[in-house]
Write a protein that binds this ligand. Sequence first.
Ligand SMILES: Cc1cc2nc3c(=O)[nH]c(=O)nc-3n(C[C@H](O)[C@H](O)[C@H](O)COP(=O)(O)OP(=O)(O)OC[C@H]3O[C@@H](n4cnc5c(N)ncnc54)[C@H](O)[C@@H]3O)c2cc1C
Length: 289
Amino acid sequence: MENRYDIAIVGSGPAGLSAAINAKIRNKNIIVFGNKELSNKLVKAPKVDNYLGLYGVTGEKLKEQFIAHIDSMNIDINLDRINNIYAMGEYFALMANEKTYEATSVILATGIEFSKPLKGELEYLGKGVGYCATCDAPLYKGKIATVIGYNEEAVEEANFISEIVGKIYFVPMFKGELKLKPEVEVVSGIPVEIQGQDKAQKLILKNGEINTDAVFILKDSVRPEQLVPGLEMDDMHIKVNRKMETNLEGLYAAGDIIGRPYQYIKAAGEGQVAALNAVSYLDSRNVNK
Ligand SMILES: Cc1cc2nc3c(=O)[nH]c(=O)nc-3n(C[C@H](O)[C@H](O)[C@H](O)COP(=O)(O)OP(=O)(O)OC[C@H]3O[C@@H](n4cnc5c(N)ncnc54)[C@H](O)[C@@H]3O)c2cc1C
C-alpha cells in the first residue's frame, strides 16, 4: 500500500497537468496517473492556433512544452491505469491493475471518448464485456477472449491476457504497428454489436462475427460512471459546479469530461480551478480536525 496522497489526479492531458502544477505550487502531496504521450489528443493535433502564447505550434510541440514544465517541477506521471475509484468516506481508493492507491481528494481529468457504446455493450457489461482486460482475464482462463483495442496499451493488455486465455482475437481500432505475440489473432473489421443470452457470446463485425466468451473494449477513457460508482452525470459529461465539485465530496472533475467546448486552454483553466478548490477542501479538513 502506498502513502495516502493529498490529491490524486487521473489524466495527463492539459486539465490533469494544469491541476498538477497548481496543486504542487500549493505544496500538496500529489500523484498523477496518465500515459507516456500525455494525451493522444495532444499529439494528434497538426497545428494549434488558440493556445495563448504558443501560436501555431504542433500538438507534439505543445506536449514537449508541457513535459518540460512538469519536469522542472519534479512532477512524475504514474503509468498505472485507474480502473475504479471508490469513495471510502475519509478518503478515496483508486484501483489500478494490481495496486490500490489512497488519496484524500481526487481530480478526474480523463478526457472524453466520442464514440457511442456498441449495441449490447452496456447490456452485457460485467457479463462478458469489460473495460479492464488484466483485471478480468483470470475469469476466462482457457476460454476465448476478444480485445477491441483503441491504443497501444490495448496491445500490451492483449499480450498479457494471451498467457491466461485459451484463444485471443484482437480487433485493432487504430493505425500503426501491432506488436502482438504470435498467438494473438488479428481480425480486421468494424465492431457493430455484442450478442448473447445471459452472457456475451458473439462480437458482430460489419464483415463477419467472432464467437467469444469475453469482449474487452480498451479505449483511452472509460465511462466516468463506470470509473466512479455514484457519480452524477449530465448526459455524457460529469456534472460539476463552478468550483469543479462533483456530487461526491472531495471529488473534482475538469476538462473535456465536464463538457464543451473541447479545447486545450479551457481544459487547463478548469484543471487549475479544480486544484485550487481541492486545496481549499484539504485545508478546511485540517482546520476542522
Ligand atoms: C486531432 C485533434 C486536434 C485538436 N486540436 C485542438 C486545437 O487546435 N485547439 C484546442 O484547443 N483543442 C484541440 N483539440 C481538443 C483537445 O485535444 C482537447 O480538448 C483536450 O486534449 C482535452 O484535455 P483533457 O485534459 O480534458 O483530456 P485529454 O487530453 O483527452 O487527456 C486525458 C488523459 O487522461 C488519460 N486517462 C483517461 N482515463 C484514464 C485512467 N482511467 N487512468 C489513467 N489515465 C487515464 C488519457 O490517457 C489521457 O492521457 C484537438 C483534438 C484532436 C483530437
